[in-house]
Write a protein that binds this ligand. Sequence first.
Ligand code: 26M
Length: 816
Amino acid sequence: LATGPVKSPPVTVDGFVQEFLSELNYGQGVKLSQSTINDQYLALARTVRSYLMAAWLETGHRRRKNPTKMVAYLSAEYLLGRQLGNALLSTNLISIAEQAMHECGIDIAELRAQEIEPGLGNGGLGRLAACFVDSLATMDVPTIGYGIRYEYGIFRQSFEDGRQVEQPDPWLRLGSPWEFPHPERAVTVGFGGQTEESADEEGRNRCRWTPERQVRGVPYHYMVPGYRNGVVNTLRLWSAEAHEGFDLQVFNSGDYARATQAQTVAENISKVLYPDDSTPQGKELRLQQQYFFVACSLHDFIENTLPGDFDLQNLPKRIIFQLNDTHPVIAVPELMRLLVDEKGFDWDEAWAITQQCFAYTCHTLLPEALEVWPVELLGRLLPRHLEIIYRINDDFLAQVREAFPGDEWRVRRMSIIAEHPQRSVRMAFLATVAAVKVNGVAALHSQLLRDNVLPDFAELWPEKFTNVTNGITPRRFVRLANRRLSGLVTEALGTEEWVTDLDLLRGLEPLADDAAFREQFRQVKAANKNRLALVLEGRDGLVLEQDHLIDVMVKRLHEYKRQSLKLLHVVSLYEGVRSGRLPIERVTPRTVLFGAKAAPGYHLAKETIALINHVAAVVNEDPIMQGRLKVLFPANYNVNLAEKIIPAADLSEQISLAGKEASGTGNMKFALNGALTIGTDDGANVEIRQLVGDDNFFLFGLSEPEVEALRKEGYVPSSYYEQDPVLRATLDLIGSGHFTNGSRHSAAAVVDNLLHHDPFMALADFQAYLAAQDRVDEAYADQDAWSRMAILNVARCGFFSSDRSMRDYLDKIWHA
Ligand code: 26M
């Protein structure tokens, strides 16, 4: 019995009730009659988890028995969202669990609301990693996700006087039923110290690194269930602890207080997620986090996942490490160090192996977002790795010189080491040199990556560069988040197969012309608006007008995404009515919904948040608008709120300056939930528009080549202010202090920046944006035509399933 297969509890309401009560009594140590909501939530989570256990163990067993090439996804962020709903969905236990809880006199919705989501990511990049591991499990691809178990996830946002205030996110506080700590599999990681050269037995020069201090990495395992396929993969997140013997001398000398301080220093490494998005800062702790999780992960894979007698010559046959942006790129010199210093490989052999084990995904185009680490810092923290990077660079530059003799400018441009403004390691260059493939995340982005960001590398190695357009998991973002639309789709297609084969949505196309279907589709949207209204009322005390056009812009606050352009549209409507230019009957009843966190140190972003809130306060209350324009800004936008907002949206705002948004993934979620997009020709918007057709997409604004041309010619934002009376009146009204209690100062940061700098050309696109919004109003006035367009968006966006993204990675990059 003890060695036989692990059995799942019976898949019946009774079986579920028994398991639940047992978890409550023996796991939680309480009786049902005495239990709190939290007790019940934890017991329910453990119950659902117990149904996944057999599949998890079986998947591990199967993978060990039949070893194939694996994918190791290395990501500093996983923005997972709540686990319970997804686990219930993947096990097909939703209805059984509902009935079982009902029999126990419990409202399951209340328990689900108890779960705190693991917010171990900032935004798009972290959520993408979560979608990818979901798809890989659903497609039964042998995968390990490696990352960091931050004790505090992305900060909680609240508003005080409209201004963002950040609070810590102690997400583990009420218990963590989804994780499995494995202290017995802890790994030791070194930092600092010295390197020295010595001869080995064969007289070859060998380097030894003697770290100054050591930290213990403890893995916590999370289940990654595939969708009803008996597969459960593992997400392995590392938590930092003090190493035994960590400053033992200090302790022995009786300085107890200092010894505990040392423990704090070690634990700090995985203490908190850095809340920066797209603006890397040279923070020492951040580099420690990166090396910490990467060193733990490589060690774990090589020593604990591969069989004991494995010949590392064959490593590329058994693993591909996918680098999610440059955050894990320190893995490249770490693998070299393991092979050369610890396993005795020659440099060239080791490099040949290493070069086949990595692939690199770039997620940005903004030059300021490309990570660089000062040589001084890297050398102090990881002296051996810096030596290895220098050697990689020397060999690489020799190769460049050979390919382009006499072109020393090129050599300098391509060097992994930048000399100015300070000697630094360019992590994107290191990644590109080491990787088998380099990919961008949407067609346009990959093109610009080749042409603008890494042109010298693309010239040297054209075949290294490829594109994999991002995707989103239809399980969480359609099936779970939009139960009503899912029901309608399943009924219409006569099958639920679309959940794992999203191209089947094409079958909905003919129904766009079916009046009865359109009516059902509208009822779904209306019901989703109603659900959102209840959520916003309960969580924020906000009132959502359910008969309004729901116009949504939810994403991290960043200047390039142009939340300020959206705000200018709002103010232009309000100013138009105030000044009599725009008759109120011509204003489409509309609610503009914002959700956005700003990095705590990002001044302009925080001022923009405050300004949005101030505009909302005035516009929402001014009787002149007759309730036809509302601005809502619920605080603390997160995955859970996204799951409520997106299915209720009519209009999706994707208005970044062309050439700046690498892909976007929110854009895909909205389109698949039947919202229409108003957007620029940027990121994956380009592909969305190509698929849904121009008639079903509100395109506006400069194209990327036009942006470049305008910049060359000399962009003067104030000239738009001078030439466009509507823009002028709009900016003047904000600048007058009308929204900021008469204080012109509060709005000045945003307005002055737009007028005098406007690096992302919001003013240049203002007129075109307003014209596109007029087209939106016109289209929305014909509800039947609008529904038709929305249905076609759903039907034609199956391409944006992350299952397709994974197939592309498999075909173009991993060959696993
Ligand atoms: C770096 C250093 C220190 C602290 C934080 C960072 C950092 C963290 C996240 C920098 C950038 C980060 O994310 C970039 C990002 O999220 N990029 C987005 O990736 C998405 C998935 O590919 C795309 O859809 C978005 O367009 C892109 O902006």
